[in-house]
Design a protein around this ligand. Sequence first.
Ligand SMILES: C[S@@+](CC[C@H](N)C(=O)[O-])C[C@H]1O[C@@H](n2cnc3c(N)ncnc32)[C@H](O)[C@@H]1O
Length: 298
Amino acid sequence: MNDFHVPVLLKESVDHLVSNKDGIYVDVTFGGGGHSREILDRLSSNGRLIVFDQDGETVENRISDQRITYVDSNFRYLYRYWKWLDCGRVDGVLADLGVSSHQFDTADRGFSFRFDAPIDMRMNENCEIDAADILKTYSEKELQNIFSKYGEVRNARRLSQVISDRRQQAPVRTTFELNEILGGVIVGDRAKYFAQVYQALRIEVNQEMECLKEMLEATLKILKKEGMLVAISYHSLEDRFVKRFLKSGSVDGVIQKDDFGRSLSKIKMLGKLILPSQEEMERNSRAKSAKMRVGVVL
Ligand SMILES: C[S@@+](CC[C@H](N)C(=O)[O-])C[C@H]1O[C@@H](n2cnc3c(N)ncnc32)[C@H](O)[C@@H]1O
């Protein structure tokens, strides 16, 4: 399983998540199943775990255990599936966001600028639009917006102009074709610049911010009082989003108040940002960008 993905902040996240061994928990990002196994280890035979993953390749990692229910779907539909499962309010939701090492390191998934492959980046390979479609069909302005918003790319305007000129001759179909374009417009550190552009495309392809918003909103409808939300993010946009939600009870950051000015938020952020230990960061390079936040339902 470790070849698929080494779980980050494993003990820390599950320590915060599980307090009731007979409880119902949801892991919305099953991946290689590392966190799910740890959750199952803490549950009694009466406990239950519901897991989501939108990537068909994670089916191979399934754990044979009667306490687990698999949902092969996007976690943006969390509320819909929860209603359908009719299991009552749950004790905790874990979200270990972003891509797995398997997705990132499999050349033909097109997530990484290290390998020459079709520029795909879909976590769910049944989705219609991939990164090559975005590079081909988005207007110059739309490209600029996603590079600037999702990648914080400093010269987003220039980059989108260059892509737009280049695709007049031939569409950008592969990672190395994109890399060649990026090579001519880099500002600052090469690896950082490439990572920012690839991140922006990946977020757009997978509609990551919209899915995160819908999933976070759903947690307030499905978690019981004192239920826990544990979220691990790998880029600052995600973390800002999660923090705003935990602090205000709304993804827009607007705190609803009663007539006396008291917050009506149904969730509270517990403690501060949690980071992996130095030892974990040295052992697992993916842990270097991880940030964990915990919320409790009031
Ligand atoms: C960082 S990995 C999770 C690793 C997992 N915690 C483990 O221990 O192996 C993220 C996983 O979440 C999935 N994922 C990301 N966004 C998703 C979404 N919106 N809906 C469902 N699955 C998603 C990815 O396909 C990937 O397998």
